[in-house]
Write a protein that binds this ligand. Structure first.
Ligand SMILES: Nc1nc2c(ncn2[C@@H]2O[C@H](COP(=O)(O)OP(=O)(O)OP(=O)(O)O)[C@@H](O)[C@H]2O)c(=O)[nH]1
Ligand SMILES: [Mg+2]
Ligand SMILES: [Zn+2]
Length: 402
């Protein structure tokens, strides 16, 4: 039997406050984030911050993992499944035999304050209690594409969420928002044109993946629109650093087999700005998926946020992949120089040679990193990315005289 333990936990801070109306109209906000915001609409008799704690009983061995606190749940009648999509307040969970339930979240799960912003996210392994007994006849693989709306699906309640392994997070309102959980690798789609390539974003992507414990894969798409030769040195830089890099085109079919191979038997997420071709790429990898794609705006060369919620897609070749809505920016959750430097693999061998152990590689004398940038041993673009990613407040002014 697992050991039970009493702990005191905070309510989510915004609980009890009236949510701002425009929170729901922002053009980019994932649905799982909206769920958290909605907890603020529940009526709560708040007596100031001090009273906003409640005691819950947790399973010692299950609920505290990586800072996450999960309430104990009655799992006797629960069945395991995986969250494949979140639309509005509905969480779609696929269980055995491919049956999909539309679920809500157990109230206590929703009100607990966790380090992360999302109580439940796509890719989560969950235990649900079905609210309706499935007749044998209905118990067949759900074809979501064949449904006009989710109301036809059987209902369930998410009881508990298993500890997450590989996660991809995005910072929003100073809280980490988990875009997807339990993935092995993240395929970043970067377009070489329409929208134009932004090299510093690539370095942010790599760091974000490493921070979440994921392998980054770089997919430079729309190679049909440019002269590939001009990008060889860039691609060379990243492959020398040991990252998987590929050129692709959904128009000519270039690199599609490579993408298919890299996704096969893995749990992946595809990520990148709107309009770079994430959904087009998945449609090319697995024809008949029918993911919606849309033109890039001629006015500002930006995508139109065609994909609106993260969606988990089982692959014919084994494994699954999550298509995500376009992201605008990508910030690390911890921007301390001593942390960010670890995401620049080529810095590592030089770090012991900086004169100061706590060197931020900005203004200090005797900085080995700056020396190598000057000697072109480290790419100046990569160094500029590092500078752009560290939090300026953490670079102490009082070290100026060094
Ligand atoms: N020329 C060219 N166009 C492409 C390629 N891949 C995608 N596109 C076009 O780029 C546009 C955007 O493609 P989507 O697949 O919708 O992009 P997305 O990354 O899924 O965008 P969001 O869902 O908004 O995040 C569409 O008009 C595609 O036809 C490519 O390899 N070459
Ligand atoms: Mg899309
Ligand atoms: Zn240094």
């Amino acid at each position: 039997m697992s050991k039970k333990k009493k702990i005191r936990v905070d309510f989510i801070k915004n609980r009890g406050k009236v949510p701002r109306e425009n929170d729901f109209t922002r053009d980019f906000k994932s649905d799982s984030e909206k769920i958290d915001d909605l907890s603020g609409t529940e009526q709560v008799r708040a007596k100031g911050d001090i009273s906003r704690k409640r005691t819950i009983i947790t399973d010692d061995n299950q609920n505290i993992s990586g800072g996450e606190i999960r309430p104990a749940a009655d799992l006797a009648n629960a069945i395991p499944g995986r969250v494949i999509q979140i639309t509005g307040l509905t969480i779609l969970v696929q269980v055995e035999f491919g049956i999909v339930y539309r679920c809500t979240v157990r109230r206590l799960l929703k009100t607990l304050a966790t380090e992360e912003r999302s109580a439940v996210t796509v890719g989560d392994k969950v235990w649900i209690i079905p609210q309706q007994v499935q007749s044998k006849q209905d118990a067949e693989k759900t074809d979501l594409n064949g449904l006009s709306d989710n109301s036809e699906l059987p209902e369930g309640v998410v009881q508990t969420v298993e500890p997450r392994k590989g996660i991809l997070t995005r910072k929003s309102k100073n809280k980490d928002h988990v875009i997807v959980a339990n993935v092995d690798q993240v395929v970043f789609v970067i377009s070489l044109s329409q929208p134009d390539l932004k090299v510093h974003l690539v370095d942010r992507y790599i760091a974000g993946a490493l921070e979440g414990g994921l392998d980054p894969v770089l997919c430079f798409n729309k190679v049909d629109l440019v002269n590939e030769d001009q990008y060889q040195s860039l691609v060379g830089l990243y492959s020398q650093l040991g990252y998987k890099v590929m050129f692709t085109s959904t128009k000519t079919g270039a690199g599609i087999t490579e993408v298919r191979n890299i996704l096969s038997n893995k749990q992946s997420v595809v990520c990148g700005q709107s309009g770079v071709g994430k959904s087009s790429l998945l449609n090319a990898v697995q024809p008949n998926l029918g993911l919606r794609v849309n033109d890039v705006s001629e006015v500002n060369q930006k995508g139109k946020h065609t994909t609106t919620s993260a969606k988990l897609i089982p692959l014919d070749s084994g494994g699954w992949v999550v298509d995500t809505p376009g992201i605008r920016s990508f910030e690390l959750s911890n921007q301390m120089p001593s942390r960010v430097e670890n995401f620049f693999r080529e810095f590592r061998p030089m770090l012991p040679y900086c004169e100061f152990a706590d060197c931020t590689h900005t203004h200090e004398k005797g900085c080995a990193i700056k020396r190598h940038v000057f000697r072109r041993g480290i790419s100046s673009d990569r160094y500029l990315s590092y500078l752009g990613m560290i939090k300026k407040e953490d670079v102490h002014e009082n070290r100026n005289e060094r």
